[in-house]
Design a protein around this ligand. Structure first.
Ligand code: GLN
Length: 478
């Protein structure tokens, strides 16, 4: 068969496998060839494991043996899972994360290679990886976004059918936008975090990065649901997300928050958003401007809460139980040397910031106040969702930037998440779908947010928009 299977989506592959037009072996070897050809330039994968994991014996399940690409911070039994950090070098989890277990029982093959990421998911560009940066397939001198940059670049370059990322402040949506693919952060509690190596436990969610909205609904349906192993996972029924994809959004009430039109938003991003909004109106949605007055505090609140939680989560990496150990004369020296050598610069910056925010005397001034403002940010959304079904914004104020452009300026880097982090602070679901290109041929993303556990409405709006536009069909030339 002469079909180039690596360009196909998961739902297209399933259809062709069902119709016996292709075989699973063709899918797997097509993908392997594509990775071998493209990845030396894109570097979406970290080469710590054999390229191909054994084909799932349950390949008869709904996912038919199709391979899924997994971010390096999600535990995969027997396969290196290192969060792209030196400190976890050689760590092979003895168990699967719940999402992996669910994928395997739905018949997916777990790809042996893991997707590159910023160390411990700290970053917006994948430049903080111990293994070096991933390159944006649309322009190799640009970043793919982060921290799930490997997953997003792999999907965009057809080096992955679909992928899992994790999103603490935008790490699924922002790289999806930078690479021109679909990325969703589900509601906090929708997807189990068991086996996701924690960055900030009150913000982290695992979610899909895919070539189109239909694949996003497919993958979300498989990984969602209550898990007794994660006390923050919610015991609520998982709808059949495929049913949401009906293209009819007549009467959908959409809001645009005026605070999102910030200084520093690129003109072409603004234009793409305006065009997307007129498309949504043409499809029958009503659009009104609203105010989310606490938006301006989201970045500082996030960087207090996220670093505080990260500093405490990273305390477990001390050379005793996992990965790297630098031998020393005594225990304290061993801790110091292992952590000193094992963590990269950004991880150290966050441990120091977070420890400071939680320290005696500063806790009330920083951490407690941040929690209070977090509640106000959530209330802004609660108010808006009384009247509106969705909120739309750009996913990031700019398109992908050059590799090296922001590494020396962490504050500038932190601002690239200005539109995504509020959803994590409020726990609500959000999706990014491709909505245009800049003059430099770099993709732009449209973000849609909805009420907690209303992923169905997100998928519906995203699908209607996607089907009415051509953006998701565009492919980078790598
Ligand atoms: N870029 C943000 C940060 O560096 C978000 C990262 C994420 O979502 N994991 O914290």
């Amino acid at each position: 068969m002469n079909l180039n299977t690596s360009t196909l989506t998961a739902h297209e592959l399933i259809e062709k496998l069902d119709g016996r037009e292709i075989t699973l072996e063709e899918v797997l070897s097509g993908l392997r060839e594509r990775i071998n050809k493209i990845d030396p330039q894109v570097k979406a994968y970290v080469r710590r494991n054999e390229p191909q994991a054994a084909v799932n014996p349950a390949a008869a399940g709904p996912l038919k043996g199709i391979p899924v690409t997994v971010k390096d911070n999600i535990c995969t039994e027997g396969l290196n899972t290192e969060c792209c950090s030196h400190i976890l070098e050689g760590f092979r989890p003895p168990y699967d994360a719940t999402v992996i277990r669910k994928l395997k029982s739905a018949g997916a093959t777990i790809l042996g290679l893991k997707a590159n990421m910023d160390e411990f998911a700290f970053g917006s560009s994948t430049e903080n990886s111990y293994f070096g940066p991933t390159h944006n397939p649309w322009r190799l001198d640009c970043v793919p976004g982060g921290s799930s940059g490997g997953s997003a670049a792999a999907v965009a370059a057809d080096e992955a059918v679909f992928a899992l990322g994790s999103d603490t402040g935008g790490s699924i949506r922002q790289p999806a936008a930078f690479c021109g693919v679909v990325g969703m952060k589900p509601t906090y509690g929708r997807v189990s975090r068991y086996g996701l190596i924690a960055f900030a436990s009150s913000l982290d969610q695992i979610g899909p990065i895919t070539k189109d909205v239909e694949d996003c609904s497919l993958l979300l349906g498989v990984i969602s649901g209550h898990d007794p192993l994660d006390s923050t996972s919610v015991d609520a029924p998982v709808p059949d997300y495929g049913k949401s994809l009906d293209r009819d959004i007549k009467g959908l009430k959409i809001a645009i928050p005026k605070e999102y039109f910030v200084e520093g938003m690129e003109a072409q991003v603004k234009e793409a958003l305006e065009e997307a909004v007129s498309e949504l109106k043409k499809l029958g949605a009503t659009v009104k401007e609203i105010s989310l007055p606490h938006t301006k505090y989201a970045v500082p609140v996030y960087y207090i809460v996220a670093t505080a939680e990260a500093s405490s989560n990273l305390a477990r990496f001390d050379g005793v139980q996992y990965g790297l150990r630098i031998k020393s004369e005594n225990l304290i020296e061993m801790y110091k040397k292992t952590r000193g050598e094992g963590f990269g610069q950004e991880a150290k910056r966050r441990v120091i910031l977070g420890t400071f925010a939680l320290s005696h005397g500063y806790y009330e001034a920083y951490y407690l106040n941040a929690l209070k403002v977090r509640t106000l940010i959530k209330r802004d959304f609660d108010g808006a969702f009384k009247e509106f079904d969705c909120i739309v914004t750009p996913t990031s104020p700019s398109a992908a930037f050059k590799i090296g452009e922001k590494v020396e300026d962490p504050l500038k880097m932190y601002l690239s998440d200005i539109y995504t982090i509020s959803a994590n602070l409020a726990g609500i679901p959000a999706i990014s779908v491709p909505c245009g290109f800049t003059g430099d041929n770099l993709p732009v993303g449209l973000q849609i947010l909805a009420r907690p556990f209303d992923e169905g409405t997100l998928l519906k709006a995203a699908f209607a928009y996607e089907q009415a536009t051509v953006w998701h069909k565009m492919k980078p030339k790598v």
